[in-house]
Ligand binder design. Structure first.
Ligand code: DGY
Length: 328
């Protein structure tokens, strides 16, 4: 069968695909594909290993052809795929959630939180420029984490792992999800809060919701208005959860004291004002970029394809209902 991989991935997972007896085509470009290039590569494929930069809907899979059986997305998030349109056609969609990825993202959220609290990037830049002339009482004053409140918006696995680390810093943790989770409260000593309370009482806010119609631009002007002055905001979830224009305004007028962003409203474009701001730390969507996480993602994405093509139900199907009426 034919398998199209839309970009080379780190690690050795693709070797397994190549030695599986299938015809494997890996994109020749080491960059995100244009829609035309994606289609050209994927046309006629039975399976596609896609990246979050590939936009895939009913029309795209129609153009790939009736033989397409699975789209295996090399990411936990699958907002680049219109899953119901693929499910309706009997195409299996899988993703790559794992402890390795979740831990990596939680660790990155913490890297951004600490970088902002202790002004690491600003201080590094200044030191490299030769500005350090000896110990000074008042340079780069930051804030302690101990005793502060961390608000976690979205308490799935990554939110929980982020919360667990906060306990090590002796912080109070508020969390928001669709309904209170007594088990998590008992295990982690965290407190459920509606969004208004979380915004009002948090010194740090870390976002861990998926991108949906409900969460798109949920962090906007009206949310910022409720937040504490000087709050530090970290986003390792999806860029469009935050209205970037409103964030720039909130940073400019000091309502938000610092922002740590790994994801952007319109990737790979970044609001140019954010780039000029010293109290903003920017990373290029690398929260899951550890060897452990990416190896696991590769293994999962490849196994999903091999399982599906051999008639075995893959582990991480996004909408499991598709399995009964999948294309064979
Ligand atoms: C994911 O897995 O959804 C990340 O954003 C990319 O690794």
């Amino acid at each position: 069968m034919k398998i199209f991989v839309s970009r080379n991935i780190p690690g050795s997972a693709l070797d397994k695909l190549k030695s599986s007896g299938n015809e494997v085509k890996i994109s020749e470009f080491d960059r995100p594909l244009t829609p035309e290039e994606f289609l050209e590569g994927a046309k006629g494929a039975d399976a596609v290993l896609s990246l979050l930069s590939d936009k895939i809907d009913g029309e795209v899979v129609e153009a790939i052809g009736p033989q397409l059986k699975i789209v295996s997305n090399y990411a936990v998030g699958f907002d680049n795929i219109v899953v119901p349109e693929l499910t309706e056609k009997g195409i299996v969609v899988t993703n790559t959630p794992s402890d390795e990825v979740n831990e990596a993202v939680a660790e990155h959220a913490w890297a951004l939180l600490l970088a902002l609290a202790r002004r690491i990037v600003e201080a590094d830049e200044s030191t490299r420029k030769g500005a350090y002339k000896g110990w000074e009482p008042g340079i780069f004053l930051g804030v302690n984490m101990i005793g502060k409140t961390l608000g976690i918006v979205g308490m799935g696995r990554i939110g929980e792992m982020t919360a667990r680390r906060a306990k090590g810093f002796n912080m109070r943790v508020l969390y928001n999800k669709h309904a209170p989770d007594p088990e998590v409260e008992k295990e982690l000593g965290v407190e459920f809060a509606d969004l208004d309370k979380l915004y009002t009482e948090s010194d740090f806010i870390s976002l861990h919701v998926p991108l949906t119609d409900e969460t798109r631009h949920m962090i906007n002007k009206s949310a910022f208005a409720k937040m504490k002055k000087g709050v530090i905001l970290v986003n390792t979830a999806r860029g469009p959860v935050v209205d970037e224009g409103d964030l720039v305004d909130a940073l400019r007028d000091g309502k938000v004291g610092g922002a740590g962003l790994d994801v952007y409203d319109n990737e790979p474009n970044i609001n140019p004002e954010l780039i000029t701001m010293e109290n903003v730390v920017l990373t290029p969507h690398i929260a899951s970029a550890t060897w452990e996480a990416r190896n696991k993602m590769g293994e999962q994405a490849v196994s999903a394809i091999l399982d599906c093509l051999s008639g075995k139900m893959p582990e991480n199907i996004v909408d499991k209902d598709v399995w009964q009426r999948r294309r064979t």
